[in-house]
Design a protein around this ligand. Structure first.
Ligand code: C2E
Ligand code: CA
Ligand code: CA
Length: 672
């Protein structure tokens, strides 16, 4: 499938050449028609003029004959016979009543239109030359072939060499007998006219034709010059279309169009090819600290260095911002990796006062399959998709600012497809209430009684079944949909609590996770209060869990929200304590009610008691700060006993219960 860029490129190419070829064809057709018409009209004109003047001559003699006959004057007859013209006079019956010279007038006659005079005359063939012209009842028309035959059939070559003015020197000297009515129509004066063409006539026709041909040539040359200009303009446009303003080199469009063309030609390439998305990390920061101009200068240097490091069978283009698109050949994945590492090492010190990082995403191109299934060329390769794959692989490194290389593989592809699917379905899933609230109970380890629960989301998808939150919550956190989920959960939990209370169950507080993204909303506490009030649940039965990482955002705003929530009667907990960066500092500033020890505290362990020391000290610290302690991820009885001994308030873990649907949790409530 031709990409948009390829189509545009073809359009640019066609736009100029196309018009020139069309113009040229049109012009050639018009010129040919013009030439044919010109030759026809000139020849017709010359022939018509010739015949008219001969008819005039014969008519004058006929008038002289009329005069001599009327006066029966021998002197006038003498004058007539002195004229250089053979003639016969016939009566109505066709008998010759007077004759001068030999009578070679044939019996066959024709009608000829004298265009100049607009009249028809009768003409007879000459029996001596036996030239059939004009044929019966035919208007004088053009017949170039016949005209040329006249020229070539000229009997005496020598005649052509003679003086122009003499009648004998004509190229063509065709006798034709023209009839004029005399004696009031009683007789016909038939004079022997000469239909002739001399050099002057031929010269005139030839000059006219040559003139027209010259005109055509001039127009042709003009067209040629304009076509050359078009080609030059087209080249300039293509070069603009493919050039990158920042680096002065090739741009992304060039990479796409030329890359695919290049790959199509690599039918039996010895090498394999890979598309690389190569990015300078923190380019925007560099521009902020220096200037945009400096940044662009740097990009230009990077581009030139990359170009210098590739050979003629490889490609490099500046894609966008600090991204470069590379098409590299390789023999093995390892060799390609080492090569990119070397390039990064070289580029990291491209400027004296800076160390730069570069991240590369690589998509190894799959060869097409030949008819017999053997690997063939790269005709099917869609560079746009491949670059997108490479960029996706590169994005997996985006959380870090260090240099690195990531290869695109099937797992990543599946992950991307999943991401796409989730984003596509999220809205509908929410509207259709496909998200379900599961409850994981929290138990007092000393008495084994139910003390609370955490609400955990599940996606009951008609397509994919029960999807755990780890598969979609991180996606929602990135795309912002998480705020809608948080609202959804609070509303449902509050509604459940209210329903269970109404049924007379002894409800315990349920904690709901509120994501970090949500905490930037200044009226979050009010939103939560309103939602819970709407459901009619008491505030003390709802606890808000904040994950540890949330405390690194705007501290003051978070403290404000926590205080407001507490004022409204909600308790607030710090989730996953101890899992990430040091949160001790947060404990100092945040007036929290509950500390949830991360499940990591209870996994593995060295067996030398160090874990227990950390846990017991964390519990002590929480207690000193007037917080309730919840231990998460507890699976074994020994852990429960240990935590009970340390005065841990609650345990949330598989030892007691896994997260369960609302109705199952309700059964537990009933029994407590
Ligand atoms: P979390 O808030 O730390 O939730 C506790 C997770 O630990 C739950 O996983 C729970 O099933 C699991 N867990 C509890 N006890 C044990 C145990 O003894 N052993 C083991 N192996 N696991 C245990 P879950 O339900 O898959 O949730 C994963 C994470 O997804 C949650 O971690 C939370 O960060 C997020 N999440 C779940 N529901 C929501 C929600 O409604 N809103 C938001 N914003 N995030 C949610
Ligand atoms: Ca939680
Ligand atoms: Ca947790």
């Amino acid at each position: 499938m031709a990409s948009k860029s390829e189509k545009k490129y073809r359009q640019i190419k066609r736009a100029h050449i196309g018009v020139s070829i069309f113009e040229f064809c049109l012009f050639m057709i018009a010129s040919t028609i013009m030439l044919v018409c010109a030759v026809q009209q000139t020849t017709l004109y010359v022939m018509d003029t010739k015949l008219s003047s001969e008819y005039e001559r014969i008519s004058a003699l006929a008038r002289l004959y009329d005069k001599a006959r009327d006066a029966d004057d021998a002197a006038i007859y003498g004058l007539l016979d002195d004229e250089d013209c053979d003639y016969i006079v016939t009566d109505k019956a066709g008998r010759v009543v007077r004759q001068k010279g030999s009578n070679t007038c044939g019996s066959e006659s024709g009608r000829v239109l004298l265009t100049a005079e607009g009249k028809w005359i009768t003409a007879y063939r000459d029996t001596e030359r036996d030239y059939i012209f004009p044929s019966k009842n035919e208007r004088i028309g053009l017949d170039i072939i016949r005209f040329r035959e006249w020229l070539s059939s000229e009997e005496d070559e020598e005649e052509k060499e003679l003086d122009l003015d003499s009648p004998r020197e004509r190229f063509i000297n065709l006798p034709i007998w023209l009839s004029v009515d005399v004696a009031g129509g009683e007789e016909h004066f038939i004079g022997k006219a000469v239909f002739s063409a001399n050099r002057r006539d031929v010269f005139m026709i030839t000059s006219f034709i040559v003139g027209i041909i010259a005109l055509i040539i001039i127009i042709l040359i003009t067209m040629l010059v304009s076509a050359i200009r078009s080609v030059l303009r087209q080249r300039r446009m293509i070069s603009l279309y493919f050039s990158d303003i920042v680096t002065g080199g090739h741009n992304w469009t060039w990479f796409l169009v030329m890359g695919e063309r290049f790959l199509r030609k690599r039918r039996n390439a010895k090498y394999s090819f890979a598309v690389v998305s190569y990015v300078m990390v923190n380019y925007r920061n560099y521009c902020l600290c220096h200037s945009l101009a400096e940044g662009e200068k740097l990009l230009c240097n990077i581009y030139n260095r990359i170009c210098a490091s590739i050979d003629g069978k490889e490609m490099c283009a500046h894609a966008t911002s600090a991204d470069f698109a590379l098409l590299l050949k390789y023999e093995s994945e390892q060799e390609l990796k080492e090569r990119l590492q070397r390039l990064t090492e070289e580029l990291s010190v491209i400027s004296e006062d800076h160390i730069f990082s570069f991240q590369a995403g690589v998509s190894l191109l799959n060869r097409d399959k030949g008819r017999d299934g053997s690997p063939a060329g790269y005709r099917e390769t869609d560079l746009d998709t491949e670059y997108n794959n490479a960029a996706s692989a590169r994005m997996t490194l985006a959380d870090s600012e260090d240099s690195g290389i990531a290869f695109f593989d099937e797992a990543l592809k599946k992950e991307q497809e999943w991401l796409d699917t989730v984003q596509e379905r999220q809205r509908r899933a929410l509207d259709n209430e496909e998200f379900m609230v599961y409850y994981q109970p929290k138990y007092d380890p000393k008495t084994d009684t139910l003390k609370g629960a955490e609400a955990l989301i599940r996606w009951n998808s008609p397509e994919f079944g029960l999807v755990p939150p780890g598969r979609f919550i991180p996606i929602f956190e990135k795309n912002g949909f998480i705020t809608k989920i948080d609202h959804y959960m609070i509303r449902h939990v509050a509604a459940d609590q209210k329903r269970w209370l109404d049924k007379g169950y002894k409800c315990v507080p349920v904690s709901v996770n509120v994501s970090r993204a949500h905490f930037i909303e200044s009226n979050l506490a009010e939103q939560i209060r309103d939602m819970v009030d709407e459901a009619g649940a008491p505030h003390e039965l709802i606890e808000i869990e904040l994950t540890e990482s949330a405390f690194f955002d705007d501290k003051k705003a978070i403290i404000d929200t926590i205080n407001k929530l507490k004022d409204y009667g909600f308790s607030v907990s710090m989730d996953d304590f101890g899992s990430g960066y040091s949160s001790l500092n947060s404990l100092k500033d945040m007036p929290l009610d509950v500390l949830k020890l991360d499940a990591e505290f209870f996994r593995g362990g060295s067996g030398d008691g160090r874990g227990e020391i950390v846990v017991s000290e964390a519990i002590r610290l929480g207690k000193l700060l007037n917080m309730q302690i919840v231990a998460e991820g507890v699976e074994a009885r020994e852990q429960v006993d240990f935590l009970a001994g340390q005065d841990c308030d609650m345990i949330q873990g598989y030892y007691y219960a896994k997260p369960m649907p609302g109705n199952e949790y309700m059964e537990r409530l009933k029994n407590c």
